[in-house]
Design a protein around this ligand. Structure first.
Ligand code: FAD
Length: 393
């Protein structure tokens, strides 16, 4: 097979799948993305792109496009208690201080990553239903009756991954006890809202996060509240605006004032899963939420999927078709260690943000000290780490 491009089928055209296609194409592989939806998604609200993935997106050549569709979030970003008392600054750059952070509408990021690919590489209307493999190749079956054969399949099919069960015993969803209301407010309706920063208020069993997206024309908010009923793990469920307002009515005044301008909100049941013990079987590997669904309390779902994509591209770059199972195992080995720490860290941060502490000064000290963990998160270069692991043999 030497000399022929590796054939890779990526299942799922979300952020992880599209980042993977960009990363693999850059290294000369023959990649196609198969997405179940009839068109790539308009759904969603804000995601934060943090320095650890921004530097990777820059190398795909889409850093400028992300800056164009996003909104820079920088100095002045802060954590507060629910009454408005400042707790600590929010870290918004890596240790070099130059690689910053952007709030981006998920649909805009999907658009940027898709536009960077040749159109014939993305196939909407393809819902994967199963995978079969032998020693030489792997095949994916689709609901529309088509079948695709490749040297490797990357399952980037999200939190409800259909292909996960071909690799591992799925981890059961664990109810976190919280739901998140999220949505967007046009910035022109809140001209007094400070520009270019992220703000997070922490109260009893609740927290409220705000940052700008789309060049600052939209303000993205997420209100995390306790839930006493079973909720859906959905990005599209419609929420009750009045109920949302009530949850934060007595908080620091910018919070209820912003919520007064909300017309629609979505809500999202927050479930967690224990880290999987394996992501790879033969020529099939998991990536992004399919591999490591995490709570949103470190804002790393999209960022870790982009790191996965770039690391995978390093391991597959010089692989022949025969080497694929070994290359995928090595990808998993590197990535599973890091994402497990992020999954566990996101749980711990959720407890801090929701003030599950007898002594809030202790919580505040941990928030102030979390700059060390954030630096570990943001200074990491997934491409260098993968190269290092490859060189180490
Ligand atoms: C509609 C939607 C809206 C979201 N909105 C937000 C948001 O506002 N804020 C936020 O922080 N995070 C949001 N997320 C989650 C966030 O995008 C992910 O946590 C993160 O980007 C990791 O991405 P991923 O590519 O692993 O998974 P996802 O982004 O979930 O992408 C998975 C993709 O796979 C497709 N897919 C699923 N099953 C199949 C199948 N069997 N065959 C083919 N394709 C399949 C899905 O349609 C989807 O496009 C959203 C996810 C989705 C799907």
């Amino acid at each position: 097979m030497a000399g022929e491009s590796l054939r890779v089928a990526v299942i799922g055209g979300g952020i992880g799948g599209l980042a993977t296609a960009n990363a693999l194409l850059r290294r000369g592989m023959d990649v196609h993305v198969y997405e179940q939806a009839p068109a790539l998604g308009e759904i969603g609200a804000g995601v934060l792109i943090t320095p650890n993935s921004l530097r990777l997106l820059d190398r795909f050549g889409v850093g400028e496009a992300v800056a164009r569709v996003g909104a820079r979030v920088g100095e002045g970003s802060r954590y507060y208690r629910s009454d408005g008392e400042t707790v600590a600054p929010i870290l918004t750059a890596d240790s070099n201080g130059w690689n910053g952070m952007f709030g981006v509408h998920r649909a805009d990021l999907v658009g940027v990553l898709a536009d960077a690919l040749p159109a014939d590489r993305v196939h909407p209307g393809h819902r994967a239903t199963g995978v079969s493999q032998d020693e030489r190749s792997v095949a994916v079956a689709f609901e529309n009756g088509e079948e695709v054969r490749a040297d490797a399949v990357v399952a980037a099919d999200g939190i409800h991954s259909v292909l996960q069960r071909y690799v591992a015993e799925p981890s059961a969803p664990v109810d976190s006890g919280s739901v998140a209301y999220r949505g967007l407010v046009p910035a022109e309706r809140v001209p007094w809202w400070p520009k270019g920063i992220s703000q997070l208020w922490m109260g009893e069993q609740r927290h409220f996060l705000v940052y700008p997206v789309r060049g600052g024309t939209l303000i993205n908010y997420v209100g995390f509240v306790p839930s006493h009923e079973k909720t859906v793990e959905s990005w599209t469920a419609e929420g009750d605006v009045e109920a949302l307002r009530k949850e934060f009515a007595t908080w620091d005044s910018p919070v209820p004032r912003l919520l007064a301008e909300v017309e629609r909100t979505n809500w999202w049941g927050l479930y967690d899963r224990d880290p999987l013990t394996t992501w790879t079987r033969g020529r099939l590997s998991l990536l992004g939420d399919a591999a490591h669904p995490m709570l949103p309390h470190l804002g790393q779902g999209a960022n870790q999927s982009i790191e996965d994509a770039v690391a995978l591209s390093v391991f597959l770059a010089d692989a022949t078709a025969d080497d694929v199972p070994d290359a995928l195992r090595r990808y998993e080995d590197l990535r599973r260690r890091r994402t497990t720490e992020v999954q566990v860290g996101a749980r711990a941060n959720g407890r801090r943000y929701d003030s599950h502490y007898d002594n809030l000064s202790e919580r505040d000290a941990e928030i102030a000290g979390s700059v060390r963990f954030r630096s570990w998160l943001y200074d990491y270069d997934a491409e260098s780490a993968a190269r290092g692991a490859l060189a180490a043999g």
